[in-house]
Design a protein around this ligand. Structure first.
Ligand code: NAD
Length: 276
C-alpha cells in the first residue's frame, strides 16, 4: 500500500498553504492537523480578516498575501470560489515552481483549466472534499493532472488521511463524487430533518428528536461502512415480516408526494406498536 510506504518524517516537514480561508480550507486544515503535520507548517491567505480568526485559533499562520503562501509552501490548496480560480492563478502563476503540488478543490474547474493557467509541467491535482472533513469523516476523491506522478498522489493521500476516506480516480469521477458526496451530505440532512419532524409530529421534543435522528444517520452509516453490506441487505435485515419498518418503507417508496413521509410513516407506530 502506498500510504504505508510514505516516510512520516518527510511528511511532517512538508509546508502546506491554503489560498482561501473558507469552510473547506478550514475542514481540510483541521484534518491535516490531526495527522503529523504541525500548525507551524501551515499557512493560509484571504483578503479579509473576518475569515482568518479561526485559523489563528488552530495556530496556523495567516496572511493577506497569496504569493507569500505560495512561496512558503510545497503543497498549495486552492480553496476559493470557482469563479476566483482564474484571477488567483493569474496572480500566483509566476511563483509556482517544480517543487509545488497545486491542489484545487474548486467545483467544476477542470485539470485542463488549471494546467492552462499555470506554468508548463506544473503538478496539479483536482480534489473534491466534502464538509464532514471538519470532523475527520469526509469523503474525498482526487484526480491527478498530467504532470502529477503516482508519488504525488501517495503524498496527498497520506496528508489527507485524517480528513476521512480518500480515493483516487479518473477526472470524470470528480463530478460524480460532487453529487454523490458533496451534495449528498445535504440530501442526507433533508432526510434527517424529515425523520426528526415525524417524531416531533408524534409528540417528541424537537431537540431530542434531532439528536436521535443524527445518531440514527451516524449509526446507519457506520454499519454500512463497517460491514461493507449492500444497503438493500441492511434494509431487509431491519424488516420484521408484517412489521412497522416494512410498512414505513412501503410508504416511502410511494414517492414524491410523500415528501413528509417519515411523519406519515410514524403513524404506523401508533397502529403497529408491537413490531420493529
Ligand atoms: P467560502 O466562501 O467559505 O470560502 C472562500 C474563501 O476565499 C474566503 O475565506 C474568502 O475570503 C477567500 N477569498 C476570496 N477571494 C480571495 C482571493 N482573491 N484570494 C484568496 N482568498 C480569497 O467557500 P468554501 O465553501 O470554503 O468553498 C471554497 C471552494 O471549495 C469552492 O471552490 C467550492 O467549490 C469548493 N468546495 C466546497 C465544498 C463545501 O462543501 N463547502 C465542497 C467541495 C468543494
Amino acid at each position: 500500500d502506498l500510504i504505508i510506504k510514505m516516510d512520516p518524517e518527510m511528511d511532517s516537514q512538508l509546508k502546506i498553504g491554503f489560498i482561501g480561508a473558507g469552510n473547506m480550507a478550514y475542514g481540510i486544515a483541521k484534518g491535516i492537523l490531526s495527522g503529523n503535520i504541525l500548525a507551524e507548517n501551515i499557512q493560509v491567505s484571504a483578503p479579509s480578516v473576518r475569515n482568518l480568526g479561526r485559523f489563528q485559533e488552530l495556530g496556523v499562520a495567516v496572511t493577506h498575501s497569496n504569493i507569500e503562501v505560495v512561496c512558503g509552501s510545497d503543497v498549495v490548496f486552492l480553496a476559493v470560489k470557482p469563479h476566483l480560480i482564474p484571477p488567483v492563478l493569474n496572480e500566483i502563476a509566476q511563483h509556482i515552481t517544480d517543487r509545488h503540488i497545486v491542489v484545487s478543490v474548486a467545483a467544476g474547474i477542470t485539470l485542463a483549466t488549471l494546467e492552462e493557467l499555470l506554468p508548463e509541467n506544473t503538478v496539479t491535482v483536482r480534489l473534491m472534499p466534502n464538509l464532514p472533513c471538519m470532523v475527520q469523516e469526509g469523503a474525498l476523491v482526487f484526480a491527478r493532472g498530467s504532470h502529477a506522478k503516482e508519488e504525488d498522489g501517495a503524498l496527498l493521500r497520506s496528508l489527507l488521511h485524517h480528513c476521512g476516506l480518500v480515493e483516487e480516480g479518473p477526472e470524470a469521477w470528480i463530478d460524480i463524487h460532487t453529487g454523490l458526496s458533496g451534495s449528498g451530505v445535504a440530501f442526507v440532512y433533508l432526510f434527517a430533518e424529515a425523520l426528526a419532524e415525524g417524531a416531533v409530529k408524534m409528540g417528541m421534543p424537537s431537540s431530542l428528536a434531532h439528536s436521535i435522528a443524527s445518531q440514527t444517520v451516524l449509526g446507519a452509516g457506520r454499519l454500512m461502512r463497517d460491514t461493507g453490506k449492500h444497503p438493500a441487505q441492511l434494509r431487509s435485515e431491519v424488516c420484521t415480516p408484517g412489521g412497522t419498518t416494512i410498512y414505513g418503507l412501503h410508504m416511502l417508496e410511494q414517492g414524491g408526494e410523500h415528501a413528509s413521509c417519515p411523519s406519515a410513516w410514524s403513524h404506523s407506530f401508533k397502529t403497529k406498536k408491537t413490531h420493529h
